[in-house]
Every structure is written in structure tokens, then in C-alpha cells.
Design a protein. Structure first.
Length: 475
């Protein structure tokens, strides 16, 4: 068997190894050009807006005027003229008691009064004629006055059978039913005046200097979510309770639409200072450490430490082409005589998170005022702070324009042209096998030499003698 097939096998294996090394080099080049991935974070902008300094607290609403309507006389409740939830005015009749007995008493008092009036007139005529003494005349005068008082009392007792409202307001409770026997001083109704409503706060004594009547108050009520009610401080107690160290602040609210009622639970905010153009950030961006307020600010720069992707700053290294720790060339360099690796590219700037200390001002809800340490328009990290270090590369999820770590389409490697030996047709290879004078096997040198030996064999005449040789192993 000729040595030509062995030579062709070696040439083919060498070409395949070269293509493999070239492909690995392209992949590593792609990795070097790929952007550095970073810690995924979400951010928010520092913006200028109005902010208010306030004291917050909770209190239950209570009516300024409350009244429990009680019976001033006894009797059976004949009729109810109002119900719970209805608005009433002062003097309006709410219920009617049995008035028969009171009416009879009034008639009797009226009759006695008429009789005594006639007696007094006759006694007065007799007194003018000196027919009766002064004592008798004085007695007639006293009896008449007493009967007049009794008559007025009977009228008053009759009026007590009509239960009336003592104040304007709303019936909040009805405690009796028709047909009940009402006793003297028994409570029948409860009336609350919801205009205005009060909220009493127990404020710590350190706030005594800033609280004063007239300060604006905002209130949120759990029963009416999303609605803000405006009010004002009505009065401030000048005395601090020694047991609790607090003083009473009473806020007043008026609701023309009558949505607020007594007993509602309110969350109050007493505003004592406002700033119309304050630099603010979300409260969730703050990091409290050793009494200091810190944030991570998004900037452009060179990362100071790895972001945890398992690669170097340039995304990896090529073990086949890069030199080892001792500086010796890789496999590709040994094959083609490359003694030195290409110099490492300088690090590029990317998106990083820098740690800053802030000086804070007012706090309102989830917004915090920044007095120093930040500029308007800068972006601070709100989600992902726990995984950050000063200067680490980050991937901003909510801002694609400033997020170099976002996934980008990777460029495809450029296909390499095939080796001339592999591109030859099979007939040419067979003709090369049949060639009586192949290249000497001792020269493993450039792959172009086997191609040169194949060039003199374009004619197809030597092909017939090659067929018997391929058939010999079969025999």
C-alpha cells in the first residue's frame, strides 16, 4: 500500500486543527468585545418639587356638639316622627307621647285660674269700699298668682309630651320604639352636629414651640380612601400633661358634602413649614449606616471590582492564544511561531454605582429632601442595593439607554474560507493517490506543497490504473 493516503490524512488533520483554532479565536474575540454584565438594579431620578414639613398622628373624629335627648315627662310613646340618619333642626318634634292626662290637668288649672280671677275682681271692689281687710285682699292676690303658676306648669307638662330636638344635627341613635312606656329622664335619641368635626391629637411636648392655631391640617380617612380633607388647628392646650408628656392639639374639619361623621378614624398631618423647590428622592433609595444617610448614584466610569460574572474586566481570556503566567506563547503561537501575545486593550468606561453621603431635610410620605450631596437629574438606585459595592458595574433595568449590561445581539463569526486541499474534488484526490511520484513524506511543511503535487495531475488518463489499486485490498 502506497504512503500517499497517509500523507493526505495528515494534511487533512492539520487543516481541521487550524480551522478549529481560528474558530476559537473568533469566539474569544467576540467575548472580548461583549459588554461587561453588571448587577441588575432599578433606579429613580432626583427631581425638584414642593415638599412640606409636618407632624403626623392619628385620631378619631368627634362632633363639636353632641346631645342625648331625654324625656321630661312619663307616658306611652305613641308616634316616632324621625329616624336614624335624618338631619333635624333645633325645636323639631322627634316623637309624641300620650298627652291625655296632661291636657286634662291643663283644663283644670285653667278653670281654677278663671275662678280665682273673678274672686280677685270682687275682692278688689270690696277693698276699695273698705268692706274687707287688707289681709283678705292680700290672700286673694296670692291665690290668684299661685293659680297662674299652676296653669303655666300644666301647659309646660303638656308640651313635654312632644319630644323636640335641642340642637341642629343628625340623629345618630334611636333608643326607643313606638308603644314603649317612657320614664322621666329616659334617653330616646342621640344627636350629633357634624359641622364642624374635631380631631384631638396628643402631641409630644418637644413640638409645643411649633404648634399654633391656624396651621393647615390634611387628613386621610380609612373609610374614604384616596380623599384628602383640609382643616386647620382650632386650639392648642397650653398645658403639658405630666403623666404622658403630651399636650392636646384640636384640629377642626368642615365637610359641606357631609361625608365625614363622628367616630371615623383619621390620619392627620399638621403642616408647619413648606418649600416649593426642594430636591427630593424616594425614601427607599436611602441606606442608613452609622447614623449617616447614603445612596448609590449611577455614573459612567471604570468598574473597580468584578460584578460577579466569572470573567475578567474584558470578559475572559483565550487559553489557546494568550500567554500563560510565565509568558510562554499558547498552542496557536507555537504552531505559527507567534512568540508574544497581543497587548491587552485598555478598560472601557461603563455604568457603575458610586456611593455617596447625603445631608437630608424634610420628609413627606415616601419622598425625602436632599440638602447636599446630589444634583437634580442624577439617578439613584432604589432596588438591588444589597448586592452593590462602591464602583461596581451595574445593569440598569429601567433605563435601557444607560444600561450597557443589557443583552445585545452577539455578532456572528465571519466564516473562514475553506482550505484548497479540502475544496478539491474527490476525483482529483484519487488521481493524486495514483501519481507515481508523490511529495516526500519527510517534509511536513506548509500545506501548499501537497496542493502543488496535485497540480500536475489534472488529466484524467491516470485514473484507470488507480481502479485496480483500490480493488486490490478487496481481493
Amino acid at each position: 500500500m502506497s504512503a500517499a493516503p497517509l500523507v493526505l490524512f495528515r494534511v487533512t488533520a492539520l487543516a481541521a486543527l487550524i480551522l478549529t483554532l481560528v474558530a476559537c479565536g473568533d469566539r474569544n474575540a467576540d467575548d472580548e468585545t461583549a459588554p461587561v454584565s453588571g448587577v441588575p438594579v432599578e433606579t429613580a431620578l432626583a427631581v425638584r418639587e414642593a415638599i412640606a414639613a409636618s407632624y403626623s398622628g392619628t385620631a378619631a373624629l368627634e362632633a363639636e356638639r353632641e346631645s342625648e335627648v331625654a324625656a321630661k315627662t312619663s307616658g306611652v310613646l305613641l308616634k316616632l316622627l324621625t329616624e336614624e340618619g335624618q338631619s333635624v333642626t333645633q325645636g323639631q318634634v322627634l316623637a309624641q307621647l300620650d298627652s291625655d292626662r296632661a291636657a286634662v290637668e291643663l283644663k283644670r288649672a285653667e278653670a281654677n285660674l278663671s275662678r280665682l280671677q273673678n274672686n280677685f275682681k270682687r275682692g278688689e271692689e270690696l277693698f276699695k269700699q273698705n268692706l274687707i281687710s287688707n289681709d283678705n285682699f292680700d290672700q286673694l292676690k296670692a291665690d290668684l298668682a299661685t293659680q297662674r303658676a299652676g296653669f303655666e306648669l300644666a301647659k309646660l307638662e303638656l308640651s313635654y309630651t312632644r319630644i323636640t330636638a335641642p340642637i341642629d344635627g343628625v340623629i345618630t341613635r334611636r333608643l326607643v320604639k313606638e308603644g314603649n312606656l317612657i320614664q322621666l329622664n329616659q334617653t330616646l335619641f342621640r344627636i350629633d352636629d357634624f359641622d364642624p368635626l374635631l380631631a384631638v391629637l396628643n402631641v409630644p411636648e418637644r413640638e409645643l414651640a411649633i404648634m399654633r392655631p391656624g396651621l393647615p391640617v390634611r387628613m386621610l380617612v380609612d373609610a374614604l380612601p384616596g380623599r384628602i380633607f383640609e382643616g386647620a388647628v382650632a386650639r392648642v392646650s397650653p398645658v403639658v400633661e405630666s403623666g404622658t408628656g403630651t399636650f392636646r392639639v384640636t384640629a377642626e374639619f368642615r365637610d359641606p358634602q357631609a361625608r365625614l361623621t363622628s367616630g371615623m378614624f383619621g390620619r392627620l398631618q399638621i403642616v408647619y413649614d413648606t418649600r416649593s423647590d426642594a430636591l427630593t428622592i424616594p425614601r427607599e433609595a436611602l441606606i442608613e449606616e452609622d447614623g449617616e444617610a447614603l445612596v448609590y448614584v449611577i455614573e459612567r466610569g471604570i468598574p473597580t471590582e468584578s460584578s460577579g460574572n466569572g470573567r475578567g474586566r474584558n470578559g475572559g481570556s483565550d487559553s489557546a492564544t494568550a500567554p500563560s503566567d510565565g509568558g510562554s506563547p499558547g498552542l496557536f503561537g507555537r504552531l505559527f511561531g507567534r512568540e508574544e501575545a497581543a497587548p491587552e486593550a485598555p478598560p472601557e468606561q461603563t455604568t457603575i454605582a458610586k456611593r455617596r453621603q447625603l445631608q437630608l431635610g424634610f420628609t413627606q410620605g415616601d419622598r425625602v429632601e436632599v440638602l447636599d450631596g446630589l444634583k437634580s437629574g442624577e439617578r439613584v438606585v432604589t432596588v438591588g442595593r444589597a448586592a452593590l459595592r462602591d464602583g461596581v458595574a451595574v445593569q440598569v433595568l429601567d433605563d435601557e439607554s444607560s444600561a450597557p449590561g443589557l443583552a445585545q445581539p452577539r455578532p456572528q463569526p465571519t466564516p473562514q474560507p475553506a482550505s484548497p486541499e479540502l475544496a478539491q474534488p474527490a476525483s482529483d484526490q484519487l488521481s493524486a493517490d495514483a501519481e507515481p511520484a508523490p511529495a516526500p513524506p519527510a517534509e511536513p511543511a506548509p500545506p501548499a506543497e501537497p496542493a502543488a503535487s496535485a497540480e500536475p495531475a489534472p488529466p484524467a488518463e491516470p485514473a484507470p490504473p488507480a481502479q485496480p489499486k483500490t480493488a486490490e485490498p478487496a481481493q
